[in-house]
Design a protein around this ligand. Structure first.
Ligand code: HEM
Length: 506
């Protein structure tokens, strides 16, 4: 009996040693000829870094940031059982290489587009190659300076802010009512992006309906959450199997997508009818697509991508900005001083918004610390090397990481964790800011960069300046608790449990 036990232990030990030798051999074969710069977290044969990944699963952003800040070239490699090899980089040269220099080797890739495919279809956000390029060409004209000035600022923004947002804040101030500013800004951004893309106002931001959520917003929220769950599933086969059986989260996703499709298809049909009757020129993207004779399916998918791109990004950026300003009243006073130089009616003109340089510095500084898109991944088509020598294998997930980049000492200095908008100023004249620094898009890729850079960047800045200036000119916003808010990075980042504030007239 004892001999049998001894033999079994010996057999198991021999098997384990064999595995270890095999693993070491394979590692030494696939290891790059160049120096391994960034081994990442402690890894073990077969399971990889599964143990430390699990331990840090609720603080992945800071875990990655900690590892990146001690890595020689700000790049780490994460290999764990059940997930593809992932390279995470906060190195601007690597980011430039992925997003521009060798753009075609780093598309979003099937693992990404598969997860969002049921929801986003073939919309610009979820396709690569020719399909992506054709849509980019189609919608890029919608974002020129003229349409931003004529239609967006002087028409859409003015109406939404003056007729809806400010009255809500006015009533809350008069009634000393606590508001969730994040929710309010999300409602505003949703109404705005629907007006720009669909030419339709779902009126989510109405004082009387603040305690309710519009069914279409609910459907968008649910679809995004369920897709984020797909992304977090340990194995993609799990959600695919659930989809096949139409169970749980997959059933809810299917139902949410059905609501979204019905809603948008109805608007498309209505618009086609209207335009056929009176070929009147309208400024929204859908009307332009109808006039161009685009297919219904393409129009629907483009609309969904646009709404997703524009709805939560600006509201997230502004929520964190209001939080940071509330912690730095001196910085806020400077913003108010800058705004007050303008008369009321001049302040909100397109040209005056360009003069709000201190406010722009505050917005950039806030997004450096709390980027609305905290990380973004591509998938390598072929084997490759990043400029720092990191070896890429075909199929690897390659993630550029704006959240970590905003916290790298090499990029932003010793005071990188502090909110200091002054770091964005390059030139002063007579006590006024003459110019802001031209920080490269690969050092600060919050809007991505290269051929696939965010199309709404200018629109987003115009919107954020307009909204923040309109609010700060009239109101003081103060959080109701002194607790540090929690940054949650889903598809778009947000503040956990909202941002509860009291509004006072300034
Ligand atoms: C602070 C606000 C914003 C931030 C930080 C932001 C950031 C980004 C990022 C990181 C991407 C790349 C996503 C990816 O490829 O996976 C992107 C793409 C895009 N964004 Fe934005 N965005 C903002 C606002 C907007 C707005 C307001 C719109 C339009 C209404 C918009 C329209 C788009 C579009 C159409 C794309 C796809 C571009 C392409 O794939 O060619 N964005 N944005």
């Amino acid at each position: 009996m004892a001999t049998l036990l001894f033999m079994s232990v010996l057999l198991i030990l021999s098997f384990l040693s064999l595995l270890l030798i095999l693993y070491t051999l394979i590692q030494s074969k696939i290891r790059p000829a160049r120096k391994v710069l960034n081994p990442g977290p402690t890894s073990y044969p077969i399971i990889g870094c599964l143990i430390s990944f699990y331990k840090n699963r609720r603080r992945l952003l800071d875990w990655y940031t900690d590892m990146l800040s001690v890595s020689a070239s700000q790049t780490i490699i994460i290999s764990r059982f059940g997930a593809r090899r992932t390279i995470v980089t906060a190195n601007p040269q690597n980011v430039e290489y992925i997003l521009k220099t060798n753009f075609t080797n780093f598309p979003k890739g099937k693992p990404f587009t598969e997860i969002l495919g049921d929801f986003l279809g073939n919309g610009i956000f979820n396709v690569d190659g020719d399909l992506w390029y054709a849509q980019r060409k189609l919608v890029i004209h919608h974002f020129n300076a003229k349409s931003l000035k004529d239609s967006y600022v002087e028409n859409i923004l003015k109406e939404e802010v003056e007729k809806k947002l400010l009255p809500v804040l006015e009533s809350a101030a008069a009634e000393c009512k606590i508001l969730d500013l994040q929710d309010l800004l999300r409602r505003l951004a949703f109404d705005l992006v629907c007006k720009v893309s669909l030419g339709y106002d779902p009126c989510c931001l109405e004082y009387n309906s603040l305690d309710k959520t519009h069914p279409i917003v609910e459907a968008f929220d649910l679809a995004s959450e369920m897709c984020a769950r797909r992304n977090a599933a340990p194995l993609s086969a799990t959600w695919k199997f659930k989809r096949f059986l139409d169970l749980g989260s997959e059933k809810r996703l299917r139902e949410a997508i059905k609501i979204i499709h019905l809603f948008i298809n109805e608007i498309i049909r209505g618009r086609i009818g209207l335009i056929n009757q009176s070929r009147e020129e309208k400024s929204d993207l859908l009307s332009k697509m109808v006039l161009d004779g685009e297919e219904d399916g393409i129009m629907r998918d483009t609309m969904i991508s646009f709404i997703m791109a524009g709805r939560d990004t600006t509201s997230s950026a502004m929520t964190w900005l209001f939080y940071l300003l509330s912690c730095h009243p001196d910085v806020e006073n400077e913003v108010v001083k800058e705004i007050k130089v303008f008369e009321d009616e001049d302040l909100l003109k397109y040209e005056s918004l360009k003069e709000l340089r201190w406010l722009k510095a505050c917005i950039c500084e806030s997004m450096r610390l709390f980027p609305p898109v905290a990380w973004d991944s591509k998938h390598a088509v072929d084997n490759d090397f990043l400029p720092d020598g990191t070896r890429v294998q075909a199929g690897d997930r390659v993630t550029y990481f704006p959240y970590g980049m905003g916290r790298m000492k090499d990029l932003w200095g010793e005071d990188r964790f502090e909110f200091k908008p002054g770091r964005w100023i390059s030139e002063m004249e007579d006590g006024r800011i003459k110019a802001l620094k031209n920080v490269g898009p690969y050092k600060f890729p919050v809007f991505q960069a290269g051929p696939r850079a965010c199309l709404g960047k200018e629109m987003a800045f115009v919107q954020m300046k307009y909204v923040v200036a309109s609010i700060l000119k009239r109101f003081v916003i103060r959080p109701v608790t002194a607790n540090r808010p929690v940054f949650v990075p889903l598809l778009t980042a947000h503040m956990a449990r909202g941002f509860k504030v009291l509004v006072q007239r300034r």
